[in-house]
Write a protein that binds this ligand. Sequence first.
Ligand code: ADP
Ligand code: MG
Length: 294
Amino acid sequence: SDLPEQDSAKEFYSRYEPRNVLGKGVSSTVRRVVEKKTSKEYAVKIIDISGEKGDGMAVEQLKRDTIREVNILRMCHGHPNIIELHDYFETPTFIFLVFELCRKGELFDYLTQVVSLSEKRTRFFMRQLLECVNYLHKRNIVHRDLKPENILLDDDLNIKVSDFGFATVIKPEEELTELCGTPGYLAPEVLSVSMYEDAPGYGLAVDMWACGVIMYTLLCGSPPFWHRKQMMMLRSIMQGNYTFSSPEWDDISDAPKDLIRHLLVVSPKDRYTAEQALNHPFFKREVEKAKTFY
Ligand code: ADP
Ligand code: MG
């Protein structure tokens, strides 16, 4: 009965030639592939659902999560700053997600190479990131794992938000309670849920907190919340305790700092939305400068 599905793996390998590994996660490997028919390159995320690495429950969860990831990617089809799902194959042991290839890799690696970004570069990336988040939030999609490792770059250094593994559609008024994401980027309200029984859930605003962490990190090269002991880091997140430390921030102007101050706000209802962030003066400067120049 699983013969037709077995054929799906054969079908994948008959259409795509596998090449080098681009990235590796707990249960997935991402490889560069060449589509034989067109000679075009793509990236395939191969998700192991054989159950060899976990119990049956975990496998079922992984399958459900992958289906959710695919459905959300399909909802976002066509946005210039969201990774494009090109093809999909499913077998009893593997799921293959074929994506457009981002040759320049992760924003994380770009940042490591250049250490920190100019205000102009930061504006370029943050505008695209916020446009993407605004688009997702308008569709009630919360990404829940925004970080420079999950933001990829195309040949022209345009960002492609990827890894929708934790993304979910949130109903109006719904509050999420699942603990997921990456420690340094977790919003205070996500941590509250796991710490206090009577804490309210969280929503779209968690992505805006992550945008604040990303923007801070791009500008100065180190994250706003960091401590050798993770418990101490989580405490400073809960308290919104960060500083624009010297000397890294000395030559950075007020506009980006002011925007970060509106993103790294502990109370999610007082935090900027993506739309508010896009209307912040930080994004208007390019135009002003051009005017005074001519
Ligand atoms: P995981 O859920 O395991 O984190 P990701 O979707 O984030 O999976 O992919 C893991 C890594 O593989 C990424 O951080 C990136 O380095 C690489 N990668 C994923 N998709 C692509 C792509 N389309 N083009 C280039 N590299 C990719
Ligand atoms: Mg990832």
